[in-house]
Design a binder for this molecule. Structure first.
Ligand code: ATP
Length: 235
């Protein structure tokens, strides 16, 4: 690609104490691109997102956002430069209400208002005063997507957004992510759901044992799903 990547992960090693979780991970993502990271439990998908966000500092390698080095910076500084994170743990702010959760990081002028959000997920319309802890798992998932988007990031990282959602809500999430991409937001989503990933991603990164084992277009993945399936859990 000729276009400058929005995010560039280059030769990243990451550790938990002495235990190495990522080995020489490299990939890049362009503007308006949706990339899915697939792989079994423990493959290193979450650690990859955490390293981009600054919760893990690479032992080797670098992460660049918009050409600037971000690895080594604190998560809040990385967030301020335009990266949103929707972690897998949904109840982090369980004592705050739905409205408070979503407005937490709202930046003046952000198009991702509470109203917009409630239009996407009408199920939450009557629940804005409820605390996060009082929501179902699916409702919490919708809420944390709103929270990640409120500051209007240019890159959104999502950890298993389809997990535990009813099929109809998975469809809404897919629609929202496609809409975001059309609004020039790049997305990296970690997934176990291959069909969901292939439906919305432009490209797929396959991980195993802390390394990137394959990078392919979603089109290639749809034509030859076995190329990805062999790296996923047996269902
Ligand atoms: P999952 O879907 O289960 O989250 P994953 O692909 O996201 O899997 P990671 O969570 O990134 O994988 O885990 C990568 C490796 O790092 C695994 O071997 C895991 O045991 C280890 N690991 C993850 N978190 C920690 C931690 N907090 N402390 C120590 N080791 C960890």
């Amino acid at each position: 690609e000729v276009e400058t990547p929005l995010l560039e992960v280059a030769g990243v090693d990451a550790f938990y104490g002495r235990s190495q979780a990522l080995f020489d991970v490299s990939f890049s993502i362009g503007p308006r691109e949706v990339v899915a990271i697939l792989g079994r439990n423990g493959a290193g998908k979450t650690t990859t997102l955490r390293t981009i966000m600054g919760f893990n500092v690479p032992g080797q390698g670098s992460v660049r956002f918009d050409g600037r080095l971000i690895s080594g910076q604190k998560p809040h500084r990385i967030a301020r430069q335009g990266i949103g994170y929707v972690p897998e743990t949904r109840d982090a702010f369980s004592l705050l209400t739905v409205e408070e959760n979503i407005m937490l990081g709202y930046r003046a002028g952000s198009p991702y208002t509470l109203e917009r959000f409630l239009g996407w997920f009408p199920e939450l319309q009557g629940l804005t005063r409820r605390r996060g802890a009082q929501l179902s798992g699916g409702q919490q998932q919708m809420m944390v997507i709103g929270r990640g988007l409120a500051p209007a990031p240019r890159l959104l990282l999502l950890d298993e957004p389809s997990q535990g959602l009813a099929p109809v809500v998975v469809k809404s999430v897919a629609r929202v992510l496609t809409e975001l991409r059309d609004e020039a937001i790049s997305i990296i989503l970690v997934e176990q759901n291959l069909a969901f990933a292939l439906q919305i991603a432009d490209r797929v990164i396959v991980m195993e044992n802390g390394t990137v084992v394959d990078i392919l277009t979603a089109e290639e993945g749809r034509r030859a799903p076995a190329r990805i399936e062999r790296y996923l859990a047996i269902h």
